[in-house]
Design a protein around this ligand. Structure first.
Ligand SMILES: [Fe+2]
Length: 262
């Protein structure tokens, strides 16, 4: 058995076209990086954003081990029941307890138990429970039951992402950001060992505005008139983070990011 454990995280999948493309390539990307666990942010996988059941099932069948969400997770009404039944499909943990679903799950990968968490930022987004308190609560509730922990922090503000990662430094194996659809150039190990990147980017068409047709966005921004946002088809990439842990110490030893053509 290899002496490392690798997690690959895929940035926000934008629309059915990108979902289908990722499904075709997900296993080969996992193999390329010898990944033991794949996490996909899927809150925009459905047509018109949100997550629908067929897209979630397709991504899980294609090799995703956990799907994470964000502020668009509730867009499709049908997802509410699904989130109750699908333990490996998360919604941010800091939504009220009365919301369906869960914000964390422990995945057993052979002998390694990985706690995967999902939290939504509160700067420029909904005023939910403090992400700092939500992270502390999940770590407290799962203490002793996992070997490695990973957090998808779905947030807008870079400062909030960096601050939360530093709050968790040394207590969480990896914190990676999603939501902005733009991959940042700051993948690094923090002083106490947490692997961190502010945003891993998106799964969608680079020649677009965050995955949406450029013309439609420019029209909307110039006129402020209602516009149909078509999701771009064509040459597609997926922004990923690859985080490698030492199997013995369970500590992160590296984090890199890339855009993979799919
Ligand atoms: Fe989002």
């Amino acid at each position: 058995m290899k002496d490392t454990f690798t997690v690959v995280a895929f940035g926000d999948v934008v629309g059915p076209y990108a979902t289908e493309k990722l499904c075709r390539k997900l296993r080969s990307i996992k193999d390329k990086y010898s990944a033991d666990l794949a996490i996909v942010n899927a809150e925009n996988a459905a047509k018109g954003n949100g997550l629908d059941v067929p897209s979630a099932d397709a991504l899980l069948n294609a090799g995703a081990d956990v799907l994470t969400g964000g502020n668009h997770i509730w867009k499709r009404h049908e997802i509410q029941d699904y989130l109750e039944e699908a333990p490996y499909v998360l919604r941010p943990a800091n939504y009220p307890d009365s919301c369906p679903g869960r914000g964390s799950v422990i995945v057993e990968c052979g002998r390694v138990r990985v706690l995967v968490m999902n939290i939504l930022g509160t700067v420029y987004l909904d005023p939910l429970q403090s992400p700092f308190d939500a992270a502390d609560r999940m770590l407290r509730e799962n203490r002793g039951n996992y070997d490695i922990s990973v957090l998808d922090f779905h947030a807008e503000a870079t400062a909030e992402k960096i601050a939360l990662a530093n709050w968790l430094d040394g207590r969480v194996g990896a914190v990676f950001g999603t939501h902005t659809h733009v991959r940042t150039a700051d993948a690094r190990l923090l002083p106490k060992g947490t692997a961190y990147i502010t945003d891993i980017g998106m799964t969608g068409r680079p020649d677009s505005v965050l995955g949406v047709d450029t013309g439609a966005i420019i029209f909307h921004m110039r006129t402020h008139m209602p516009t149909k946002f078509n999701v771009s088809d064509g040459e597609t990439e997926t922004g990923i983070a690859v985080i490698t842990f030492d199997r013995k110490t369970k500590k992160a030893i590296s984090i890199t990011s890339a855009d993979e053509r799919i």
